[in-house]
Design a protein around this ligand. Structure first.
Ligand SMILES: [Fe+2]
Length: 398
């Protein structure tokens, strides 16, 4: 088993003398631990365990161990990005890397697009359109892996992450609704660009923790008008893409903005965009607030059904995301915690999961893939769990 990163994250119980620790990744309790570096004694490791450290990042290059890649167990290698699978997946590693690369490429192109806009340079959306096309194709072949990336996000670069996720979620939703591939590509590119007008919104408003004043809210709302202005002057932008950008804050009862569209004036694409945009916004972790769990987000959407959102579409959106959306942490009937990795459309309560942690013993387990629908598997999902409760960072496991 080869490690793909020289800086893998490992559970503290796999730490050995000779390893060089560069960061504590997760721990219970708030005790500050400043002392990083080469671990020389067993005592140091015990100390970390006592202080509630769960996982650490080690620097293999600086570690003083011969053949360290062999020392780290296969289960661990899984933690650091490669994959070992026992259920429900096909030719994992190459495929995962490809999808990650695609995600990365889309982000980079988006960044470039924003830089060009800010610099007033001529804009070419062709590369982004191509990447959107590839994203839609990937959604058909490896939708769960794409959705997993959408669920795991960084707190910084919110605008880009949010746009990426709206694009992925729109592609997923549109596919579920049976829309044509050409439309899916437009929706995906529309999603990538829908909030581009935020580059004109002052940072102090855009990233203000807490409530906006009325005046700030007015400024914030302007981003939609800016998006429309920018995109309507960009060659290659279609009516569907413009619609996602211009209308994603419109609501059925006319309380949305900027045009206060009402009822039938909201097209299918507009209705889809509103649902997806809110879902991603409320589940996002921000620097100043923690994101909701998907199930809570579904509740918000259902609460807004009829007056804000199309009830039928909300129901379909929830169905297409699955009762337990990909990337959700769940507790199994035997107290083990697992991440949902692949949906099961026929049996939504029985997705494929990756078991990672013991909830009552509070320690990491060797990673195990488990298909809950497989005959002979006794375990079932009891509840969804907030990863923060256990100090678990999902990003290390997908
Ligand atoms: Fe927006």
């Amino acid at each position: 088993m080869k490690l793909h990163t020289p800086h893998p994250v490992i559970p503290v119980n796999q730490l050995q003398a000779g390893m060089y620790v560069i960061a504590i990744i997760s721990q219970t309790g708030g005790m500050e631990i400043a002392q990083m570096g080469l671990v020389t004694t067993r005592q140091q490791i015990d100390d970390l365990v006592r202080r509630g450290v769960l996982t650490v990042r080690v620097d293999l290059a600086r570690s003083k161990l011969a053949g360290i890649e062999q020392i780290i167990s296969p289960g661990l290698a899984t933690l650091s990005g490669s994959s070992q699978r026992t259920a429900g997946s096909a030719n994992g590693e190459g495929r995962e890397l490809k999808i990650r690369r695609l995600y990365q490429e889309a982000r980079e192109l988006q960044g470039k697009f924003i830089r060009q806009l800010k610099a007033g340079e001529p804009i070419d959306i062709t590369p982004l359109a191509e990447v959107a096309e590839e994203m839609v194709d990937t959604m058909f072949t490896h939708g769960d892996a794409m959705l997993c990336l959408a669920r795991i996000r960084a707190k910084d670069a919110y605008l880009m992450e949010h746009s990426m996720n709206v694009a992925i979620l729109l592609a997923n939703f549109g596919r579920y609704l049976g829309l044509e591939r050409s439309v899916l590509k437009e929706l995906t590119l529309g999603g990538l660009l829908h909030d581009v007008g935020k580059i004109m919104t002052p940072d102090e408003v855009l990233n203000k923790p807490g409530k906006l004043t009325d005046e700030e809210f007015t400024i914030m709302r302007q981003h939609v008008v800016h998006s429309y202005d920018i995109l309507s002057q960009t060659p290659g932008i279609t009516a569907t893409m413009l619609e996602v950008a211009a209308n994603h804050h419109e609501r059925l009862d006319g309380t949305g903005y900027p045009s206060h569209l009402k009822g039938d004036q909201l097209s299918l694409h507009t209705r889809m965009s509103g649902i997806v945009d809110v879902y991603d916004a409320v589940t996002a972790d921000r620097v100043y607030k923690q994101g909701m769990q998907p199930t809570q987000a579904f509740r918000i959407l259902l609460k807004g059904a009829d007056h804000h959102f199309d009830r039928g579409l909300v129901t379909k959106f929830i169905k297409c995301m699955g009762v337990y959306p990909v990337g959700t942490l769940v507790q199994l009937s035997n107290q083990r915690l697992a991440i949902v990795m692949q949906r099961n459309e026929q049996q939504p309560l029985k997705p494929v999961v990756k078991v990672i942690y013991h909830a009552t013993q509070r320690h990491y387990l060797d990673v195990q893939w488990l298909d809950l629908a497989k005959s002979g598997v006794q375990e079932s999902i009891e509840s969804t769990v907030d990863p923060k409760e256990f100090g678990i960072s999902l990003a290390h496991f997908v």
